[in-house]
Design a protein around this ligand. Structure first.
Ligand code: FES
Length: 110
C-alpha cells in the first residue's frame, strides 16, 4: 500500500485594481509599493501580485483585493473590509500600502 502526501501551498493573492478610476488615482504607485514591500519583508514565496479590472469600489480607490487568506483575525476599519473571498482595501497609496501591509497582511503571512 502506498501512502501519498500532498502539500498545499497557500499563497496570498494581492490584486491591485488598474481600472480607469484607480489608474488615475495611482495604481502604479501601489503596485510598485507592494513589489518593494514583498521583497523588503522577504515574503516573495508567499505573495502573488496581480492586476485587476474594476473591483466595484471606484469612489474609494485605489482599491486592492486580497484573496486566499484566513481573514478571521483581521479588524475591519474604513480602509479594510472583509469580503467573501478575503479583504477589500480602499484608498490605497504609497504610505497606506506600507502601513496596511505591515499591520494587516504581514501578520497573516508569518
Ligand atoms: S476602477 Fe478601481 S474599483 Fe473601479
Amino acid at each position: 500500500m502506498q501512502i501519498e502526501t500532498y502539500y498545499i501551498l497557500l499563497v496570498m493573492i494581492i490584486k491591485v485594481c488598474v481600472g480607469s478610476s484607480c489608474h488615475l488615482k495611482g495604481s502604479y504607485d501601489v503596485v510598485e509599493a507592494f513589489k518593494s514591500l514583498v521583497k523588503k519583508y522577504n515574503v516573495e514565496d508567499k505573495v502573488e501580485l496581480q492586476a485587476s479590472f474594476c473591483l466595484g469600489n471606484c469612489l474609494q480607490g485605489v482599491s486592492v483585493a486580497v484573496e486566499e487568506i484566513d481573514n478571521t483575525q483581521v479588524v475591519e476599519n474604513e480602509q479594510v473590509k472583509r469580503t467573501e473571498s478575503g479583504l477589500l482595501l480602499s484608498c490605497m497609496n504609497g504610505d497606506a500600502t506600507e502601513k496596511i501591509f505591515v499591520d494587516v497582511l504581514l501578520p497573516i503571512l508569518k
